[in-house]
Design a protein around this ligand. Structure first.
Ligand code: ATP
Ligand code: MG
Length: 351
């Protein structure tokens, strides 16, 4: 039998029950020398593998929630909670996102379908979804752990991100968006700083694509998930058809915010927005925001303006934006995002 493969029908002679506890891990995994047994089956590993087990791949598809130890809570969103967890067999770290939702049986099929799409994504600019479960009114998603947290977390530390770093971040986001749009035919729908994750290697990846689609498709509960309207395009607010270009609008607002340190729309009164409709009205009725030309390069100002065209037809695609002078401007410079991310503020939790 192939090393490391599952043999569900293998017959075992187990020690008497009194002695068995010393072989059991907290998750109920039986471990003795070359043998690893859990409710998913039997795994035979060589001694070398026992010491350094093969790392889990997205295609493994045999993870169980019981095989993870919770380390700590790393984030909270409107929809749920994100924990750093460690896989008991391999020691690998993952982020476990749990979204509470009590939905009818009929909506489950939809969710299973959407989660499959998430899982099949293989792109270095998109956060890997290893496995997802629907259990007892909650969706649990095992995600690649990004040790720098979100761009939102990072922006809070540094206040503003200089243009050369923004171009390097944006290039990766555009590659991720192009993959989602062109290869997967997915509209992200919720592109915002907290859905762009970073790590100590200087990588930037898009997360939570498809999640908003899942929540929107479970119509009865769609309103209980109130995310932010801040980055929503005018055509989407107006309730008409919207497409990939809606993500490009959000991208423009996100990068303008990263450059200035402020959300691009300001409330008419000092107390802030009275309600969400006031902000929505501003997005639909006011001219699109711009990057101030006395503070930013012409290339950056032009990039932002291209993204936040009020008419989606006037916005370039992710692929077209890759060739924009702002993105290509620093091609010959050594922009070290790893150093920038790790050297700014408190050190990243590198694991
Ligand atoms: P919303 O619920 O409105 O979408 P959100 O994006 O902030 O808001 P979550 O997606 O639950 O909410 O994420 C909350 C926080 O958890 C993020 O801001 C980030 O700091 C952290 N986080 C999420 N996913 C990961 C991950 N894969 N690796 C590391 N940290 C993560
Ligand atoms: Mg998120």
């Amino acid at each position: 039998m192939k090393k490391g493969s599952l043999a569900p029908n293998l017959k075992l002679s187990l020690p008497p029950p009194d002695d068995i506890s010393k072989f059991l891990t907290g998750s109920g995994t039986f471990k003795d020398g070359d043998l690893l047994v859990n409710r998913d089956g039997v795994r035979i590993v060589s001694q070398a593998e026992t010491e350094a087990p093969a790392l889990i791949q997205p295609s493994d598809n045999q993870l169980s929630l019981a095989d993870f130890d919770a380390v700590q809570v790393i984030g909270k969103g409107n929809g749920g909670i994100v924990r750093l967890v460690q896989h008991k067999w391999t020691g690998q770290f993952f982020a476990l996102k749990v979204i509470q939702m009590n939905i009818e049986e009929s909506a489950r099929k939809n969710i299973a379908q959407e989660l499959k799409i998430n899982q099949s994504s293989q792109c270095p600019y998109v956060v890997v979804c290893y496995q997802s479960f629907y259990d007892n009114g909650a969706i649990s998603i095992i995600l690649e752990y990004m040790d720098g947290g979100s761009l939102d977390d990072f922006l809070k530390k540094v206040n503003i991100i200089p243009e050369q770093y923004l171009a390097a971040v944006c290039k990766q986001v555009l590659k991720g968006l192009w993959y989602l749009h062109h290869e997967k035919h997915i509209i992200h729908r919720d592109l915002k700083p907290s859905n762009l994750l970073i790590n100590h290697r200087g990588e930037v990846k898009i997360t939570d694509f498809g999640v908003s689609a899942i929540l929107a498709s479970t119509s009865g509960l769609a309103n209980t998930f109130v995310g932010t309207y801040n980055y929503m395009s005018p055509e989407r607010i107006l309730g008409g058809n919207y497409g990939y270009k809606s993500d490009i609008w959000s991208l423009g607002l996100v990068f303008l915010e990263c450059a200035t340190g402020q959300f691009p729309y300001t409330a008419p009164q000092p107390e802030g927005w009275v309600n969400v409709y006031e902000l929505m009205e501003a997005i639909v009725d006011q001219p699109a925001p711009r990057a101030p030309s006395d503070q930013f390069s012409p290339e950056f100002c032009s990039f932002i303006s291209a993204c936040v065209q009020k008419d989606p037809k006037d916005r370039p695609s992710a692929n077209e934006l890759m060739a924009h002078p702002f993105i290509t401007k620093y091609d010959n410079c050594e922009v070290d995002l790893a150093l920038y991310f790790t050297g700014s503020g408190p050190s990243l939790a590198t694991l």
